[in-house]
Design a protein. Sequence first.
Length: 169
Amino acid sequence: MGTNGSTMLEPLWRELPPVDPSAMSGSASRALPSRFEAVKGARHFTGATLEQWGLPDLFDDVALVVSELVTNALRHALPPGPPEPAAGGERADQEAAVRLHLMRCPSRLVCAVRDPSEESPVAGEADFCEESGRGLYLVESFSDCWGWHPLAGPLRGKVVWALFRLPRG
């Protein structure tokens, strides 16, 4: 993803005050393997990116949200079982099945996770006695807003995003 952002996130920008694409301060993207160890890698990538952008104070909240979005993508958006073999008996490349995008504008930071499922994320009632089921509740609690939209064009799936307003400074 280049510094001008991505057309796959165009619906996100429609809900927010306009941003001049040339004002995009930075963007970073990482393909994640289809394994739960990817959550740790996503947190490290997020921490390094925030440090590079001079935003290390945001790490705790942003890393928690990234962890929840990536975990949800791995748990609910990927087909069950090991990756399908590709033609010729090789394993299909699922490195890009889940992808983390971080985008920084002057007034906000967007974390977006792309996955291959076209199913909407379900934010139900959080049962705090259960070990799971609180992910989107945490995303809503720690970010300023979140949402999702299906992908258009040749890419199939959806993007789930969370927005953080940046402190003025």
